[in-house]
Design a protein around this ligand. Sequence first.
Ligand code: AGP
Length: 605
Amino acid sequence: MCGIIGIASNKPVSINIINSLKKLEYRGYDSAGLATLDNNLIDEKKCSGRVDELEKILFKNPSNGNIGIGHVRWATHGAPNIINAHPHSSEEVSVVHNGIIENSDELKKDLEAQGFKFKSQTDTEVITVLVTQFLKNSKPLISVFKTLKKLKGSFALGIIFKNFSNIIIGARRGSPLAVGYSKEENYLGSDSYALKSMTNKISYLDDGELCILDKDNVEFYDVNQKKINKKIHTVSDDENISDKGDYKNFMSKEIFEQPATIKKCLNEYTDSLKKDINIYNFPIDPKKVNKIVLIGCGTAYHSCLVAKYWFEELTSLDVDIDIASEFRYRNLKFNSSNLYIFVSQSGETADTAAALDICKKNKVKTCSIVNVVESTIARNCDWVLPIHAGPEIGVASTKAFLGQLIVLYILALKLAITREDIDKKDYNNNIKSLQKLPEAIKNTLKLESEIQLMAKEFLDAKGSMFLGRGNSFPVALEGALKLKELSYLHAEGYPAGEMKHGPLALIEEGLPVIVIAPNDRYYEKTLSNTQEVIARGGKIFFITDNKKRLLSTNIRFRLRVPRVDNLLSPLLLTIPLQLLAYHVALLKNCDIDKPRNLAKSVTVE
Ligand code: AGP
């Protein structure tokens, strides 16, 4: 997604803007730029491609201003080229923007009818022209308020002004925006990561709020232009996200970190001595909850799908799940005895945040399961359950997925024992099974060399199918998503029992089919589905935890993961699929950490 930086200082800012933009690269982007104020002139420099390109431009032609804004752009309106790169400047102002202005075409038409000429295809340039127009008769703050009133859609903005060369104005509606504080310097940024190399004192704007900062002061205003105070948080110190250590990319680091991150998460939530789960501050009395509604996008949605089986198995609760972009437009019937759980690694996904807003407006209780506790979704929920996975930089989510699964499982267990849906003996046994996971994950990762061999068989494939039943079906979806987003190969995840209702037509000689078949109550059924595929020439890659030798010789590859409690098998079965996608992408020389067209945090609809 786009990323924004603003710095007001007593010394030149361009190097710190570049360094902060590099901290935002993990969000995914295709162009970059900055603008500083130097001798009351707006000095704008932009490039298509990476921040390194912008750094080279500055090296040849330095920017010396003590105030400036920077931006990495993920194209929404207009091609990813230098014209459309941010900032967008007029003689008077320069603007950087994250979000989508939904009425930009209409505003552009009005302004063109008044004689304004636009240089770019972006929605952002409309903001630049509007602020410039209002500045003729108003001060910067009023000019920005007047502009915001005309905008529909989402934005996080950073704006500098030629004739007010000591201030930066920031504004937020929908897309996240933070303010950072330091001695003789203050900052604007899309998230706290971008500012962490300069400060850990952070305030977060809420929707409709606006800030005006210079190197010594920061003021905040609400949507009614009333001055307000904002809390200053001291942001936690995560391990250094810019450090890949000995790994060649963040994704491999994050896959191999999973034994440690799962162990950390378990330590946070389970007391292995007391054999209990440390979750107490429920926003609703667990005995009064009737229904759980799980909402997320992408991989986070897949963790909700797995959790549905767990809540059904362990509790007497009704469980609904939904994709956030669908949930937000449904004609929903809310009930105060429902608990709405939002799963999001970044805590900034626009669709998930919008779904949460609808729940808040309907005054129902909400919980978020996130990796970034300072995020928008976390701050807007009644209850936050962090996954403690540490910063996840690779766009393809791996350790965060397992962290989400652990917290969802632990929550289901805690609800089950508190509601007396399970007895103490089962509760203790389930907690004991959890403690075995870090070692089991470590042993699963040892399959990497076999998976590297498997990966070669996908290079010339037209496509692939991932099949599973029960809580292996969401694992099939997640495995297909990983392969798609990392290697750009078509892959489909399907319930194994559904093959005969159409997808079997896709099976032809040599088509790779990954079958996920733990030794659970679906195993025999999945074996029959496997035979149906073999009979039509499919090339089977069989992933199981079953010690029994497979009868059929027509299995191309058989991977056996360690045996754990059936309910927990999705956490192990996912790992070979993460590694498979990783190695296929490596063989295809794809950009492992920043796959094309994708962003780490999708903060627009
Ligand atoms: C996962 O590999 C993808 N990058 C994507 O599906 C991601 O899970 C989705 O965008 C949700 O992001 P969130 O967890 O930060 O809300």
